[in-house]
Design a protein around this ligand. Structure first.
Ligand code: PHE
Length: 458
C-alpha cells in the first residue's frame, strides 16, 4: 500500500478489516475517556445523548468515511482531492484531509501521555503495588505519578517510539495479527471485571448513574462533549477511518462492517462505565474527578479481588495494546500523506512526525504538574488541546466528510461504492448522511456557542 503502488485489496478479509478498524476505534477513548466524561457530565443524560450521537451522526459518517476512502484509495488528503475532482467538485476538499492531520497530531500528543500513564500502571500492577491499598493511597499513587514529570516524559517517549516503529514499518505488517487475538482478550477481561463490579461493588448505583437520565445535568457544553466523544471513540472525522477504508477490498459491505464496529465500540464503552462507576460509588469516590478516574478506581478492584495480582497486569497490558493500535491510526494519515505526496521514506517521515508530536505532548505532561496553573478558557493546556481536537476539529471534519459523501458524491457513485442497492437501507443512509448528521453537528455547535438560546430557540 504505502509503497505508492496499488492499494487494492490489502486487508486479507472482511474480518481483518473489522478487526483493524475496531483496533483503531477501541482504545483509551472507550476505557479512559468515556467514563471520566460521563462522570464530569452527570451520568445518564450524557450517556443517552452520546448513544444518540453515535448512531444518528457517527454511523452515517463512518459509512461515508469508509466509502470515500475506498473510492480514493490514497491518503486522506489525496483521496478527498481525487474523489472531489472525479465528482466534478473543487480540489479544496483536500483541506478536510489537512484538518484531519492536524487533529490527529493534537490527539496523539495527549493520547501518548495517557499511554504513558498506562505503562506506569502496568508497572505498579506488576510490582503488586495495589494490594489492599485504601483509596487514599491509590489516590496518592496517581498524584505521585503526576508529581514526577520526568517519569511521565520517559514513558511518553516509550509509547511514541512504539507507535513510530509500527507506522514506520508500514501498517500492513503486524497490525492485523496483533488485533486478531488481543481484542477478544480485552473483551474477555472486561467481562471478568464486570463480574467483579456486579458482585463486589455497588452495581445498582453504577447502573442508575449510567442510565437514569437527568436532563438538568446536561448542559450545552456537555452535549458538545458527548458529540465529541462519539467522534473520538469511533476515530471519526480525521481521516483515520478513511485511510483504513483505502485498503478495504471491493465487495465487502461497508455498511454492515461499519455497523459492527460501531456496536462493538459502544458496548465496550458502556461496559467500562458499568465496571468503573460501581467501584466509584462503593468506595465513596467522586465520579467527576476527571482524567484520573480510571487510574483511581480499577486499582482498588485489583487490590482487593481474587487473582487481582494477575488480572491487574493483564488489564493494563491489554489497555496499552488497545491504546497502541489506536495511536497507529492517529499517526498513519500524516505519514501516508508525506510518503505518497513527497516520496519520502516512510521510516524517516514517521520519526520526524513522531518527534514533533512527542514535543507537543510535553504540554500535556506538564498540564498535570509544572504548568497546572496555566489556564486558558478555564482549562489546562491539556483540556484545551483535547477540546479543540475532539470537540471542534473532529465534528467539523465529520460534518464536511458527510456533506461530501451525501451531497458532492453523486447518487451513482455512492450507490455503486456502498453496493446495497438503492432500496430502504441506502435511502436511510443517504438521508442520515445528507441531513441528519450535518444538521445535528451544526445544531450542537450552535447550541454550545450559546446561539440557539440567544435566538430564543431553546
Ligand atoms: N478511537 C480511539 C479511542 O477511542 C482514538 C482515536 C481517535 C484513534 C481518532 C484514531 C483516530 O481511543
Amino acid at each position: 500500500m504505502v509503497k505508492g503502488t496499488s492499494l487494492r485489496g490489502f486487508w486479507s478479509s472482511r474480518l481483518a478489516f473489522v478487526l483493524a478498524v475496531s483496533g483503531s476505534a477501541v482504545g483509551l477513548g472507550n476505557i479512559w475517556r468515556f467514563p471520566f466524561m460521563v462522570g464530569e457530565n452527570g451520568g445518564g443524560a450524557f450517556v443517552l445523548f452520546y448513544i444518540l450521537c453515535v448512531f444518528a451522526i457517527g454511523l452515517p459518517i463512518m459509512i461515508s468515511e469508509v466509502m470515500i476512502g475506498r473510492r480514493g484509495r490514497r491518503n486522506p488528503i489525496a483521496t478527498m482531492r481525487i474523489v472531489g475532482e472525479e465528482e466534478g467538485s473543487h480540489a479544496a476538499w483536500s483541506l478536510v484531509g489537512v484538518m484531519g492531520i492536524v487533529a490527529g497530531f493534537l490527539i496523539l500528543s495527549f493520547y501518548s501521555v495517557i499511554g504513558a500513564w498506562t505503562i506506569a500502571y502496568l508497572g505498579h500492577s506488576l510490582a503488586g503495588s495495589f494490594s489492599h491499598l485504601p483509596k487514599e493511597e491509590i489516590h496518592d499513587l496517581f498524584e505521585a505519578l503526576q508529581a514526577n514529570p520526568l517519569k511521565v516524559v520517559v514513558l511518553h517517549t516509550i509509547f511514541m517510539t512504539l507507535t513510530v516503529v509500527i507506522v514506520g514499518r508500514g501498517v500492513e505488517r503486524g497490525l492485523e495479527k496483533l488485533v486478531r487475538f488481543l481484542m477478544p482478550a480485552l473483551v474477555f477481561l472486561l467481562g471478568l471485571l464486570l463480574v467483579y463490579s456486579i458482585v463486589a461493588a455497588d452495581f445498582a448505583r453504577g447502573v442508575e448513574f449510567l442510565f437514569r437520565a437527568n436532563f438538568d445535568a446536561l448542559t450545552p457544553a456537555g452535549m458538545l462533549m458527548a458529540m465529541g466523544q462519539a467522534f473520538f471513540t469511533l476515530s471519526l472525522g480525521m481521516g483515520a477511518i478513511m485511510a483504513y477504508g483505502a485498503y478495504l477490498p471491493e465487495g465487502t459491505s461497508i455498511s454492515r462492517t461499519s455497523f459492527a464496529v460501531v456496536v462493538v465500540d459502544t458496548m465496550i464503552a458502556i461496559v467500562s462505565g458499568l465496571i468503573i462507576f460501581p467501584i466509584v460509588f462503593a468506595s465513596g469516590l467522586d465520579p467527576a474527578q476527571g482524567p484520573g478516574l480510571l487510574f483511581e478506581t480499577l486499582p482498588l478492584a485489583f487490590g482487593s479481588m481474587p487473582w487481582g495480582w494477575l488480572l491487574g497486569p493483564l488489564f493494563f497490558a491489554l489497555l496499552l495494546f488497545a491504546a497502541w493500535t489506536s495511536a497507529i491510526g492517529l499517526l498513519e494519515p500524516a505519514v501516508a500523506w508525506s510518503v505518497e505526496s513527497h516520496g519520502l521514506s516512510r521510516r524517516s517521515v514517521a520519526i520526524v512526525i513522531g518527534v514533533l508530536i512527542w514535543a507537543l505532548g510535553l504540554l500535556t505532561v506538564f498540564s498535570f504538574n509544572l504548568l497546572a496553573d496555566v489556564r486558558i478558557f478555564g482549562g489546562t493546556l491539556f483540556d484545551n488541546i483535547d477540546h479543540l481536537a475532539s470537540n471542534v476539529l473532529l465534528p467539523l471534519g465529520g460534518l464536511l466528510i458527510t456533506v461530501f459523501g451525501g451531497w458532492v458524491m453523486c447518487k451513482n457513485s455512492s450507490a455503486d461504492e456502498l453496493d446495497i442497492g438503492t432500496g430502504p437501507a441506502y435511502r436511510t443512509w443517504r438521508f442520515l448522511a445528507r441531513w441528519v448528521a450535518p444538521l445535528s453537528v451544526l445544531l450542537v455547535f450552535l447550541h454550545a456557542a450559546g446561539i440557539l438560546s440567544a435566538l430564543g430557540l431553546v
